[in-house]
Structure formats: C-alpha cells, structure tokens
Design a protein around this ligand. Structure first.
Ligand SMILES: *[C@@H]1O[C@H](CO)[C@@H](O)[C@H](O)[C@H]1NC(C)=O
Ligand SMILES: *[C@@H]1O[C@H](CO)[C@@H](O)[C@H](O)[C@H]1NC(C)=O
Length: 383
C-alpha cells in the first residue's frame, strides 16, 4: 500500500480545503484496521458498499457482455471509445422462470433505485424451425408486459411493448426494446409479472410454437439463455475529493489514502530525494492488481490495471513539458526566491485522467459492466 504522508501534504496543498481532520493516520494505526478501511474505501470508489458474494460461478458471462466489454475497453480495462456507452452501467439478467411457455421474468433487485434506466432490451435466441414452414417466410413476434388484474384497477392483462417481423428460417439473437416495462418494474417491484412473447402469422393467426422456437433457460445451452440487458446511469461522474469526503462522512469511515485511488495517492513528491538529484515530474507505472486485493473471485475483467502515478520534482524554472498552471509557475518562483517561508514547490499530479471499465459478477450472479471515471493518470504535470 502506498501510504505516504508526503503525498497527503501535497494533496492537501493542491486542493481546496475539504472537511477532513488531518489526524486520520494517528486515529487508524492498527495495520489490519488500515487495510480493511482502505479496501472498504476502494470498494466505494468502485461504487459498492460490500464486495459481491463470492459464488462458485457456474454461469459463463454472457458472450454479449464480453463483446460489449471488449468493444469499450482495451485489455487493461481502459476505455478506448469514450462516450460509446450512454450511461456508465450495463447489467445482464437471466430469466428466472425457466418456463416452457414463452414467458420470462427477471429479478431486478440489484439495480439501485437511484439508477436511471436509459434502455432495456430483451435478448432471445431464435432456434432453427423444427418443421418446414413452406407457406411462411416471416412471422410477427410481439413482446407483452404482463399485469395482475386483481392487484390494481387495471383491467388489462397485458400491454404490447415491442413487435417486429422476423424471418422464419433464420437463427440467432433477436433483440426487443422493453424500456418502459423495466422502468415500471423499477418504480413498483411487485408489479413485475414478467413478459410474454407471441408469434403470429402475417395474417394474424397464432403460429405453431413448435415451429418458431426461442431457446429457454431450461432446455438449451446456457449461452443461448433468454437475457435482459439494462443500460443505466448511476449518476456518479467521478470520485472527487469533495464527493468522497461526503460518502465517508456518512459511513463514518476513517479516510485512508490507498494505491488504486490515483486522484489521491498519485500526488507524490519524492521528499526523500530532495537533497540529491530528484527526477523531474513524470508518469510512472502503478499496477493495481485485483488478485492481490482479493477481488479476483468476482471481477471477470480486467485482472488489474495500470493506474500510473505521478512522481518527481517541480523546481523553478518549470518547463512547458511540465504543463504548469500559471499558479504553479508563480508558486515555484516564490519558492525559488524564498520570499515567504514554508512555500513548497508545486505538486507533480495527474493532468489528464482516463476511465476504466470493470466486468464483474454482482451478488445475484448477474454480470455487470461499469465504467469509472478518472482512474488512470494519462499524463502528469506540475500544479
Ligand atoms: C429477487 O431477488 C432478491 C434477492 O435474492 C430476493 O430477495 C427477492 O425475493 C427476489 N424477487 C423475486 C420476485 O423473486
Ligand atoms: C381502484 O379504484 C377505486 C375506485 O375508483 C379507488 O378507490 C381505488 O383507490 C383504486 N385502487 C387502486 C389500487 O388504484
């Protein structure tokens, strides 16, 4: 763990004051306590209160989620296409009914009430027809939301969500948008009776469900299971010091800086080298290994990532390669002139920050893709 008092001093000097007493280190000096507080704090950075239960994952992550992850992230989890995802969270759910009928139900209990549902899709795998259907080339596939007529004054048993013509003889994934249903389930969990799918001929008559079949969770390979994919935004943009101060205040945790929280720990100046020849401010590797942290049981990808850190001195004169702010330039001049006592050189800190993506199993073994801002130092400068 990179616990450096010098780093803390630099961070405090570089940022506007936050509501943090400065004696956290003396308050938490038992190494085990520091470790557990630090891991807890790191979980908060990743938007969790507790680590997901470590299941012996029987399920493979859905191929769709793996493909999505590889589309937005490189091998280290770093976002390679910014703004490709509208929100910052994508969740996949498997059907809980396993019905032989074309009915599906998904348990959305892991979605926080505060998350904004942007889009929800039902993914069904259409199997090859068992019978020859010479007279039909297309069928009308419709997805309905089911209601409990006894529960409200709703006399409607089902509501049409999405309907589309599908070629009879094709096989593969069919995707239906069902955002409104998921939004209504989010606002009233008890109303979630699931979905029903009907298949009709173009003339409107019921089609033989033996002919047009969708894979079910019960009798087909798990890679073809019916799946709900929900795109949400949890409203978290970045873990600024102001925000984390608030979260920690409510959870009553000690504030221990930690490797892997680059906005804090990477603000280091190597004071030990102050007398000798200190390296100029530069970006150096800082590998955050999820296995070492004990998270490899629930994180699918990546195994870890390079957060980088910024290290080195920022003495007068600051070259343009140090990307100094005007403020840093003036501070370095005041420091060099020794006009005022106790004015340090500016801090070597991350200048650009990149986001990373995590693909992981949640408590209910759903696979989740989440994007976290400001996790990787892209460049360093004197600020
Ligand atoms: C959904 O999952 C949660 C957590 O396992 C459980 O408490 C709840 O009863 C489930 N809801 C339904 C409708 O099955
Ligand atoms: C059903 O309708 C009655 C009369 O219109 C009303 O008093 C009652 O609150 C309604 N119930 C629900 C669950 O909406």
């Amino acid at each position: 763990m990179l616990l450096s008092f010098a780093a803390f001093v630099c961070a405090a000097a570089a940022r506007p004051p936050v509501h943090e007493p400065e004696d956290h280190f003396s308050a938490v000096n038992d190494p085990e306590q520091v470790r557990s507080a630090a891991i807890k704090r790191l979980l908060e950075v990743f938007g969790m209160d507790d680590p997901p239960a470590a299941h012996a994952h029987k399920q493979q992550p859905p191929q769709y989620m793996l493909d999505l992850y590889n589309t937005v992230a490189d091998a280290n989890g770093v976002t390679k296409v910014p703004n490709l995802l509208e929100g910052n969270t994508v969740r996949s759910f498997f059907d809980k009914l396993h019905s032989e009928q074309v009915e599906y139900r998904f348990n959305l209990s892991t979605v926080a009430r505060t998350e904004k549902v942007l889009t929800a899709e039902l993914h069904l795998f259409k199997l090859r027809p068992q019978a020859k259907l010479k007279q039909h080339h297309f069928c009308q596939v419709s997805v309905y939301q089911l209601f409990d007529t006894s529960r409200s004054n709703n006399t409607q048993e089902k509501k049409l969500l999405s309907s589309r013509l599908v070629p009879v003889h094709t096989t593969g994934w069919e995707v239906f948008t069902i955002t409104h249903a998921v939004r209504s389930w989010m606002s009233d969990d008890g109303s979630n009776l699931g979905l029903r799918v009907t298949v009709r001929t173009l003339g409107g008559s019921q089609m033989d469900m033996k002919a047009i079949r969708f894979a079910s969770g019960r009798s087909h390979h798990q890679s073809k299971q019916p799946m709900l994919v929900v795109f949400t935004d949890d409203g978290r943009r970045s873990t600024t010091l102001e925000n984390t101060g608030m979260i920690s205040a409510t959870s009553g945790l000690p504030h221990a800086p930690l490797a892997g929280s680059p906005s804090r720990s990477a603000r280091s100046v190597d004071y030990s080298e102050e007398e000798g020849v200190s390296l100029p401010c530069q970006r150096l590797p800082l590998y955050v290994d999820f296995e070492e942290i004990g998270w490899s049981g629930w994180i699918v990808s990546p195994r870890g990532y390079n957060a980088y850190h910024c290290k080195g001195s920022c003495p007068f004169p600051l070259g343009q390669n140090m990307k100094p702010t005007n403020h840093a330039t003036v501070q370095s001049i005041i420091n060099a002139l020794k006009l005022i006592k106790g004015i340090e050189t500016p801090c070597c800190v991350p200048e650009k920050l990149f986001s990373i993506n995590l693909l992981f199993f949640d408590d209910e073994e759903n696979v989740v893709l989440k994007q976290y801002n400001d996790m990787v130092a892209g460049s360093c400068g004197c600020h």
